[in-house]
Design a protein around this ligand. Structure first.
Ligand code: SAH
Ligand code: SF4
Ligand code: F3S
Length: 441
């Protein structure tokens, strides 16, 4: 290794955990040809923007960054700029037309090409490289991984999405569903446990359809296998599509020792009319039935969701139904989004697009209701002793540490002797909307 000149890569990642996982694999591979990671764009020899296309705001941020880097390239003509991720897949060649200082564009199924691409540019074999082909038979196995997290390791279990919700760009930029082999997943988890990780998060756009392609294991079977891995403390997974969350999955979680008691079950909307237009496949009644089963099996679980307001054709009546639904289900937390038009998706062509002011008003009304519910649920935890996995110092105060409960609640307490990764008990003394403050017992 000593004859390899050390170079620096700055990796900027936007979007979901799958993108963060892809980034760990790309920087892992780049380390093999001498690239060390840096946080400072100014000292980088290679800058990569690993992009998200799920909403327009995500894309705007990336265009902003691309513009910023133009000046750096003037100062350092050898600097290489690459765009990867979902916008790279979606825009391809067009990115370079718009910003010719971009050197390469690699699509979502090409992360394993990163080393060959960077080397070709270093050796001046090409001026620009664009590769956005999706060959679904190819999965990024056997890549080196430069894990960035300390506590919880990201483990992709499947790639792509087959659901084509009418608002969503993901199926177009991530290709069809394909599941990794159970043995490859288990081997990766054993490896991270041996490295000291106590928690894993299994990743996929719809983990409940895991294994429907290769039929080597269902998601329920995979969860049971992961739960049995020696040394694992906590298992999380995302995202779980309500349409095919099976009774077996609920049963496995109920009987497991390590699978977290947190269900993130994005409903997106609370009226049948809208669910149908969104192509979510389930009805409000079916969703409620799933929630009932979960809460019956695992009474102290937490439940969170994603919601979209301002989808085309949303009437005041639909919105009222959504508010009533939220009041009835009582989520622990909800990630609320304003509908963002994605060209190429069916919803972009639908009539009755909602104007911005109305979208914002509905978002505010929804958030107000949800925040009230989140606070009430958290207040009911006052005085309870909860098991927390220690994550480290909190954002604003070195002396106050944070961690999470199995139900994924963020807990803060005054730091004593505990170390990162410890499981400790905290008595909740000051519950708030987003965090629970407490004391170690
Ligand atoms: N596969 C996951 C979601 C991935 S995208 C699932 O089905 O649950 C994460 C969230 O972004 C979605 O749950 C949805 O709420 C939101 N989202 C997706 N497309 C959107 C759009 N066009 N506008 C606004 N929000 C969107
Ligand atoms: Fe998008 Fe729907 Fe697929 Fe989730 S399930 S990624 S929302 S198309
Ligand atoms: Fe964004 Fe792609 Fe993830 S569009 S949310 S980075 S799959």
């Amino acid at each position: 290794m000593s004859d390899i000149k050390k170079k620096k890569v700055k990796m900027l990642t936007y979007g979901c955990q799958m993108n963060f996982s892809d980034a760990e694999r790309m920087t892992g591979e780049l380390a093999r040809i001498g690239y060390e990671e840096t946080e400072d764009m100014n000292e980088a020899d290679l800058i990569m923007i690993n992009t998200c296309a799920v909403r327009e705001t995500a894309e705007d941020k990336v265009y902003g960054k691309i513009g910023e880097i133009k000046g750096l390239k003037r100062q350092n003509p050898n600097l290489i700029l690459g765009i990867t991720g979902c916008m790279a897949q979606k825009e391809g060649e067009k990115l370079i037309k718009r910003a010719p200082h971009i050197d390469f564009v690699l699509g979502t199924n090409k992360i394993q090409q990163v080393v060959a691409t960077v080397q070709a540019l270093e050796n001046e074999e090409a001026r620009h490289i664009v590769d956005t082909a999706i060959n679904e038979a190819e999965m990024p196995e056997d890549m080196a991984i430069n894990r960035k997290t300390a506590l919880s390791a990201w483990i992709p279990i499947m790639y792509g999405c087959n659901n084509f919700c009418t608002y969503c760009i993901v199926p177009y930029v991530r290709g069809r569903e394909r599941s990794r082999l159970p043995e490859d997943i288990i081997a990766e988890i054993k490896e991270v446990v041996a490295q000291g990780f106590k928690e894993v998060t299994l990743l996929g756009q719809n983990v409940n359809s895991y294994g429907k392609d290769h039929k080597k294991a269902t998601f329920a079977e995979l969860l049971a296998m992961v739960d049995d891995i020696e040394g694992i403390e906590r298992v999380r997974y995302m995202t779980s599509h309500p349409k095919d969350l099976s009774d077996e999955v609920i049963e496995v979680i109920k009987n497991s020792k390590h699978i977290c008691t947190h269900f993130h079950l994005p409903v997106q909307y609370g009226s049948d009319n809208m669910l149908k237009r969104m192509n979510r496949v389930y009805t409000v009644a079916k969703y409620k039935e799933t929630v009932r089963k979960i809460r019956e099996a695992i009474p102290d679980c937490s439940l969170t969701t994603d919601l979209i307001v301002g989808f085309p054709g949303e009437t005041e009546e639909d919105f009222q139904q959504l508010m009533e639904f939220i009041a009835e289900i009582r989520y622990d937390a909800a990630y609320t989004f304003i509908y963002s038009k994605r060209s190429g998706t069916p919803a972009a062509e639908m009539p009755d697009q909602i104007d911005d002011e109305c979208k914002h008003q509905r978002l505010n009304r929804l958030m107000e209701l949800q925040n009230k519910i989140s606070l009430e649920i958290n207040q009911s935890l006052e005085g309870k002793i909860m098991e927390v996995m220690v994550e480290g110092p909190s954002q604003n105060n070195e002396a106050v540490w944070s961690g999470r409960t199995s139900s994924n609640k963020l807990v803060l307490w005054n730091h004593g002797e505990e170390k990162i990764g410890d499981l400790i008990n905290v008595r909740i003394t000051q519950p708030q909307t987003w965090v629970l403050k407490g004391e170690r017992v």
